[in-house]
Design a protein around this ligand. Structure first.
Ligand code: PLP
Length: 380
């Protein structure tokens, strides 16, 4: 597969900035910022916004979001955050007292608190799974799924260290025992191939502001075909049958629009954010997720070898997301390491005892060289 050449010209990243922190927040491409600005400006003259446009941006974007994850368009709903999507999933999953909810050790908090609340409400019991000895995180989770498992909630890569989960095997095992599967793909969607048909989860949530390079406060929820008749978190007007006819809105109806659209958030027709998100997602699809993945894998393979040489081992490539490095810091590392790097305009993040390094297609060889040189100095 041909790798993608450097794409810095599509972003507003000065030469002296080494931004290696997409796991915290992806930068908007310039084209997305322009589309968002144009969308925001429409509100200066609201009389120029036709009623039909309340439906237009979501209609255009839904199939692109579906394409990102190999889903059908009817399974996609618009949500403002991963937490909102997880809350929607939790609202529609029935668990019995004593059934197990399996989570990963150090999982992202939104994907823990949601299930703690559901466990309290239902009497289900949370079990937290970690890697142990020679057993990888993925194997440990797979082994923990038993007939008393009611739900598995996890990611494709863990946000702290990039540990990768074999979602095809986990999906198959969940179906075997009749457990629901809820996935948070916020740290992988856009940079790692994923196909809904292979995994068959019940719900998937994605916040759009990291690897999809989208604006903040917009993401999507996927609901499997048998999960599309559930209860939305909000009762709003626009995801009802016939909502396009504004003169008939007070002919109230209990009938929702078809598919997962019933789960769309209120004020989904965000005239500023949707066009920006559209541009970001279109850009990712134009690059091709498999090519993004291969290009970032190539960059990170070399970077991981250098880090290993400096005494900061990341996980083996077979065990981690190819786009994601969580390098183990030596105990002697200065507590303010990320602040010191930031003072040199080098941006990475720290989660637990790991330095999280997440470059993208705008990352240059100079960025990486500067980062490694600074690291050597500060750890020296
Ligand atoms: C794995 C994961 N999920 C979700 C989020 C964001 O969650 P929310 O959209 O609920 O703020 C993050 C942000 O760091 C994350 O790392």
């Amino acid at each position: 597969m041909t790798l993608i050449p450097n794409q810095r010209h599509l972003f507003d990243i000065p030469d002296e900035v080494a931004y290696l922190n997409v796991a915290t927040m992806g930068p908007l491409p310039l084209a997305a910022a322009r589309a968002g600005q144009q969308g925001l400006a429409r509100k200066l003259q609201p009389w120029t916004i036709p009623d039909a446009d309340f439906f237009e941006d979501t209609r255009r974007l839904r199939p692109l979001l579906a394409e990102l994850v190999g889903a059908d368009e009817a399974g996609i709903a618009f949500v403002p955050s991963a937490s909102y999507g997880l809350a929607t999933a939790a609202r529609n999953i029935t668990l019995a007292k004593g059934q197990k909810i399996l989570l990963l050790e150090d999982q992202f908090p939104s994907n823990v608190y949601t299930w703690r609340a559901l466990a309290r409400a239902t009497g289900a019991v949370i079990e937290t799974i970690g890697a142990a000895g020679n057993t990888s995180l993925s194997q440990a989770l797979l082994q923990a799924i038993t007939p008393d498992t009611g739900l598995v909630a996890c990611a494709h890569v863990r946000w702290t260290d990039g540990a990768r989960l074999d979602l095809v095997a986990i999906g198959a095992r969940c179906r075997e025992v009749g457990a629901a599967l809820v996935l948070d793909l916020t740290q992988s969607c856009g940079a790692m191939s994923f196909d809904m048909r292979d995994v068959q989860p019940d719900f998937v949530v994605v916040a759009g502001y990291k690897w999809l390079l989208g604006p903040y406060a917009l993401g999507f929820l996927y609901a499997a075909p048998h999960r599309r008749t559930g209860v939305p978190l909000e009762q709003n007007w626009i995801n009802r049958e016939g909502a396009a006819d504004f003169s008939r809105l007070i002919d109230y109806t209990d009938a929702y629009a078809p598919g997962a659209e019933r789960y769309d958030m209120g004020e989904r027709s965000n005239f500023a954010l949707l066009p920006a998100f559209h541009e970001s997602v279109r850009q990712i699809l134009d690059w091709g997720i498999d090519r993004v993945e291969a290009t970032l894998a190539h960059r990170n393979r070399a970077l991981a070898a250098e880090l290993e040489g400096l005494g900061l081992p990341a996980m083996a490539e077979t065990e981690r997301g190819p786009h994601y490095l969580g390098a183990l810091l030596p105990e002697t590392a200065p507590a303010d390491l990320t602040a010191r790097l930031k003072a040199e305009k080098i941006y990475v993040s720290k989660r637990g005892n790991r330095l999280r390094i997440t470059p993208h297609l705008f990352t240059s060889d100079e960025d990486v060289a500067r980062f490694l040189a600074a690291l050597k100095r500060h750890l020296g």
